[in-house]
Write a protein that binds this ligand. Structure first.
Ligand code: DNO
Length: 396
């Protein structure tokens, strides 16, 4: 049997004209696609067609295609179903229509409460002296209990966890404490929010009476509103998993496991209600069998983030090389290739994050989004994909 070559659409995230990595850098890395968002527009406001088309033109001038929006952020009022949530859902629909009219049809978003992706250390030195992103549980708890001083925080951790956090905190210098606070509150690249300590307390308070079931219902309500619009306008929506895939600050997390995904996809069974399959996020939980999940949700995967993490027994993880760590990238890509041949489509992917390495160690970078580390990840993944694809041809 001869397989038609449906391979992943190689893309890279671009934060817009301010990004130190240029569109030409992305093109030279071998990409055809660009994943971007209009970060300059405040969360909740409508993206006008004019602004969308302006960004699209900029990308096309470099010979690239804007293939995925990451993200159209979901306003906190929608997540908490408070305040002006109806107004924000309406705005969201208008943005979706404007994107569809501009020919951009894959939209990523997340439904994480208050904070988007979270790390405690943005330049964790690896043995080869490159730098990685790191989530250290003791440092995180130290922030929650001793810097933020969240009411009841102590109740949400075990005695051992609190003891480690206390020790960790007492050993930090003032400078390290400030940096930890900044890493968690200032928002990592792509997070649309940043907070002072007071604002953060207020944001957390809004979830006082929202448990996981209630929060899931808020997501389902949102999906029931927007998926019909996506269907009508030929869009596919791709929800991004929780990163990390467990509760932070005792907030509900509802996109962490295969079971969570099953519920979300069943809530609105349209194919346009789909998934951004992020191996780095799901991969932190040992019970998430990634290849199995790709197979299970294959028809609803509209976008893929490929990266790997390495975890230890204390709940810490760092971002490993793309083909190392706990993610079985071979198994994931093998499944993806079979799904793409069956669906007769090329699913957009981006190498997610990358180490700060080589020349980039001397440059100012967006944490996780330096050029060379991602280029390395992409090159390795591209080679692996091609190798697996060719061997499938031989076997079949
Ligand atoms: C981090 C990213 C996330 C992601 C959003 C999707 O590197 O994967 O910020 O873009 O959660 O809405």
């Amino acid at each position: 049997m001869k397989l038609t070559p449906y391979l992943m659409q190689q893309s890279m995230r671009w934060f817009g004209p301010q990004d130190p990595v240029s569109l030409w850098d992305i093109r030279q890395a071998g990409c055809t696609g660009v994943v971007t968002a209009l970060h300059q527009i405040a969360n909740g406001q409508i993206w006008s067609k004019e602004k969308i088309l302006k960004r699209k033109k900029t990308i096309e001038k470099a010979g690239l295609v804007w293939n995925v929006v990451e993200s159209v952020p979901v306003h906190e009022d929608i997540k908490t179903q408070k305040g002006q949530y109806k107004y924000y859902i309406n705005n969201y629909k208008e943005t979706l229509k404007n994107l569809a009219d501009s020919g951009i049809t894959t939209i990523t978003y997340n439904f994480m409460p208050v904070v988007d992706w979270t790390r405690t250390n943005l330049s964790y030195t690896l043995p080869d002296r490159s730098r990685a992103l790191y989530f250290e549980k003791a440092a995180f708890i130290a922030f929650d209990v001793f810097i933020l001083g969240r009411k009841d925080a102590k109740k949400h951790y075990t005695k051992d966890e609190l003891a480690s956090a206390k020790k960790r905190f007492s050993e930090m210098t003032e400078k390290e404490r400030k940096l930890l606070k900044k890493n968690i509150l200032a928002g990592l690249p792509g997070s649309e929010e940043s907070f002072s300590l007071d604002q953060f307390h207020l944001a957390l308070d809004k979830y006082k009476n929202i448990d996981a079931d209630a929060f899931r219902n808020h997501l389902f309500h949102f999906l029931k509103e927007i998926i019909p619009v996506a269907d009508e306008h030929g869009l596919t929506m791709a929800i991004h998993p929780d990163d990390p895939p467990f509760s932070l600050f005792n907030l509900p997390r509802i996109v962490s496991t295969a079971d969570d995904v099953t519920k979300i996809l069943a809530a609105v069974p349209s194919p346009s209600n789909g998934l951004c399959f992020c191996t780095g996020s799901f991969g932190v939980l040992i019970e998430n069998n990634l290849a199995k999940m790709v197979k299970q949700f294959g028809d609803r995967i509209h976008f893929v983030h490929l990266r790997s993490t390495s975890r230890n027994n204390s709940g810490d993880f760092f971002e490993a090389d793309h083909l190392n760590g706990d993610v079985d990238m071979y198994a994931v890509i093998l499944e993806l290739l079979q799904i793409m041949q069956r669906r007769k489509i090329s699913i957009p992917m981006r190498p997610d994050h990358g180490h700060q390495m080589l020349d980039d160690l001397k440059k100012k970078i967006n944490p996780g989004y330096s050029a060379i580390g991602r280029l390395r990840g992409l090159a390795e993944i591209r080679g692996m994909e091609m190798g697996i694809f060719k061997s499938l041809l031989t076997i079949n």
